[in-house]
Design a protein around this ligand. Structure first.
Ligand code: SF4
Ligand code: SF4
Length: 657
């Protein structure tokens, strides 16, 4: 029996599995809320997003290592060979075997595509061997993938040889022929079925997710005015339900996005909460959301690392089942352990929005259930009552500066630079930074003023804890205050305030520049308006990039320019720059205080200690507090304003304190 239709049948069986799987998943995605999507534009831009943005992320060396002997570039090569070969082979199989265009050069081309795919398969197989496998990778179907790839390649290669004129017709009825069909069916069903539900699902779900992405501003093609990808989306406070209680409260394209996850674990390796042994892995969080989309969802089949103290198989979910709860798919501790540091978002090759999901879930817990844990609820109460995190009278915002005679904007009406003190004004450690900064501004002759009692908390903590109404209230009051005065620039030592004012206060950047003190001070130094009296040559410093300065606003260079400008030797931690690791304060985590095996700042101090630097320089009042709170001996903690002042004015530290 020569039956040339057999390869077509094997191919069509696989495609039927793809369509059935996609239809099943699409039905689940479409239970989500509506989303405004530019379908045509998204589809047109999808190939570029895949080839540029996804491949840029894939080719980076993953945080914590790619697996023995692997690099990001090797993973990218493996991906190009396998995916490119598979795509080309699929098209050619359709033409040659299904549509029957038995033209020898086309068959030879198909053999070439299958050979490329075979080269990728060898690399996939090598990477999945236990001695090479990075711990962040999931097992299960992913470990079987080399087998499916090899079966697919072997079947179609042998089935195409006669069409290319290399061999005679195949006897499909012989034992060899029948075994080959079995191999082919396994390969076809595993790969094409896997496009919707298995290891290759990023090829189908991922492509749709890239086309209909909830945040097109995350791609390089984004227009300059499309906003910061790290800015949270506004919540409709008039909506029937605030935030997300169950899977169908997410927008449909968010549900689709979760389904694009390939369990590569790059997010897990970057997550500071996971590293500290808290019950949070961004990979499992996304997989739990995927499992929860289907009725009777459970995490029993999850093939990655479980959370400490929570065995797999206990969680239950479904499209209308609450997502957060002791027995639900996501434990409350998991939700509140997140520092919203965006490390997972930055590392994810599939551009999944973990932080958006976390904040959507928190909004429901805070606004509808009043279930903000730990001191989070108290802090929100203080904010609502006093407009600051500490529950202090607004008049006390300048108590740290009673001897400094700071110019008030209310008295001056206008100034060049408005110094936004932030909530550090109420906290002793941060007051030292503020005093150093004020001293530097005076030494450089900067025309500045402060708002004093008129400054309110910017609303960042309220927003990341899900309290959108309190954020909105603070934003409106602050904008009203700012509207009364004239100034050219807002300067702040607090990256959270910088991020919120620059990216989440509508229109403020059109009115004035908004800068972090590291950017501003580095410029004063470069322009010679601040001149070091003594070079700090030989001093070793490691710089801890604050998440909201680096990943939130892309500023990683100025602090280093500043330090190098005074002769300091900067020693980099493994996780630095855009790949920095959180100090543990972000996302309100300092208030919700979820226990883990270790504290996040202790882990971060280990990173700093590993550089052997004398000082860990910070550029955020909260990082200073968290890292100074580490009890084990380690490098001295100093804000870059303090480091600079020490170089500019030898007597300065006494003067500032
Ligand atoms: S935002 Fe940070 S803490 Fe939260 S899941 Fe992602 S990496 Fe972990
Ligand atoms: S969420 Fe992204 S980074 Fe994390 S495992 Fe999935 S694909 Fe990988």
């Amino acid at each position: 029996m020569t039956a040339p239709w057999i390869p077509a049948l094997v191919m069509l069986a696989g495609l039927a599995a793809t369509l059935a799987g996609l239809a099943w998943r699409a039905r689940l995605w479409l239970t989500g809320r509506p989303a405004r999507v530019d379908f045509l534009r998204g589809l047109a831009r999808m190939p570029r997003r895949y080839l540029v943005d996804v491949h840029e992320a894939v080719s980076r060396d993953p945080v914590g290592g790619a697996g023995r002997g692997d690099t990001g570039q090797r993973i990218a090569t493996m991906h190009i060979l396998t995916a490119g070969g598979f795509t080309a082979a699929s098209v050619l199989i359709l033409v040659v075997h299904v549509f029957g265009v038995a033209f020898a050069p086309l068959a030879a081309l198909l053999l070439g595509a299958l050979t490329v795919m075979a080269a990728g398969t060898v690399l996939v197989g090598r990477r999945r061997r236990p001695e090479h496998r990075a711990p962040r990778l999931s097992g299960g179907g992913f470990n079987r993938l080399p087998l499916g790839l090899a079966a697919f390649v072997a079947f179609f290669f042998i089935a195409t040889l006669p069409l290319a004129g290399v061999s005679g017709p195949l006897a499909w009825g012989s034992p060899f022929g029948m075994a080959l069909v079995a191999v082919g069916l396994y390969g076809s069903l595993d790969l094409y079925g896997g496009l919707a539900r298995g290891p290759l699902k990023h090829a189908a779900n991922g492509a749709l997710h890239l086309a209909f992405h909830p945040r097109p501003e995350r791609f390089r093609e984004a227009d300059a005015d499309s906003g910061s990808p790290a800015a949270l989306r506004p919540l409709d406070l008039e909506a029937e339900r605030l935030g997300v209680r169950e899977p169908r409260d997410f927008r449909w394209n968010q549900l689709l996005g979760f389904d694009a996850c390939v369990e590569c674990g790059r997010c897990e390796a970057a997550c500071p909460a996971y590293e500290a042994g808290l019950p949070l892995s961004p990979k499992k969080l996304i997989q739990d959301l995927v499992a929860a989309e289907a009725r009777g969802g459970t995490d029993a089949a999850y093939q990655g690392s479980p959370y400490p103290g929570r065995p797999l198989g206990q969680a239950r979910g479904g499209p209308d089942h609450p997502l957060i709860g002791e027995e639900a798919m996501i434990h409350p501790d998991t939700l509140w352990a997140c520092t919203t540091c965006q490390a997972c978002v930055h590392e994810c090759p599939m551009m999944i929005g973990h932080v958006d999901a976390v904040v959507d879930l928190r909004r429901y817990q805070t606004l509808e259930e009043g279930a903000t844990p730990g001191k989070g609820a108290e802090v929100l109460e203080e904010l609502r009552a006093t407009d600051n995190l500490h529950g202090r009278p607004r008049e006390s915002r300048l108590h740290w500066a009673t001897d400094l005679n700071l110019p008030l904007l209310a008295e001056r009406g206008a100034c060049d630079v408005l110094l936004w003190t932030g909530e550090g004004a109420f906290e002793m450690r941060s007051q030292r930074t503020l005093r150093a900064l004020v001293r530097l501004l005076r030494l450089a002759g900067v025309d500045f003023a402060v708002l004093g009692a008129e400054e309110r908390d910017c609303g960042h903590v309220a927003r990341v804890l899900g309290e959108e109404a309190a954020f909105r209230n603070l934003k409106e009051k602050n904008l009203e205050t700012l509207d009364q005065y004239r100034f050219n620039r807002i300067l702040t030592p607090d990256p959270h305030a910088l991020h919120t004012l620059a990216n989440e206060y509508d229109g403020l950047t059109e009115r004035c520049a908004i800068e972090h003190h590291s950017t501003f001070l580095a410029r004063l130094l470069a322009e010679g308006r601040l001149a070091p009296n003594r070079r700090a040559d030989g001093t070793t410093v490691t710089f801890h990039d604050p998440c909201y300065l680096a990943r939130g606003n892309g500023e990683t260079q100025s602090p280093r320019d500043l330090l190098e400008g005074i002769g300091v030797e900067v020693r980099e931690m493994e996780k630095s720059g855009l790949r920095t690791s959180c100090c543990g304060w972000g996302g309100g985590a300092a208030f919700t205080d979820v226990p883990g095996e270790r504290r996040i700042p202790d882990v971060r101090m280990d990173h700093a200690r590993a550089t052997d630097a004398e000082t860990v320089a910070v550029a955020c009042p909260n990082c200073a507090v968290m890292l100074e709170g580490v009890v084990e001996p380690g490098p001295e903690v100093a804000d870059i304003a303090e480091v600079l002042l020490e170089a500019v004015e030898e007597e300065s530290m006494e003067a500032a304190s």
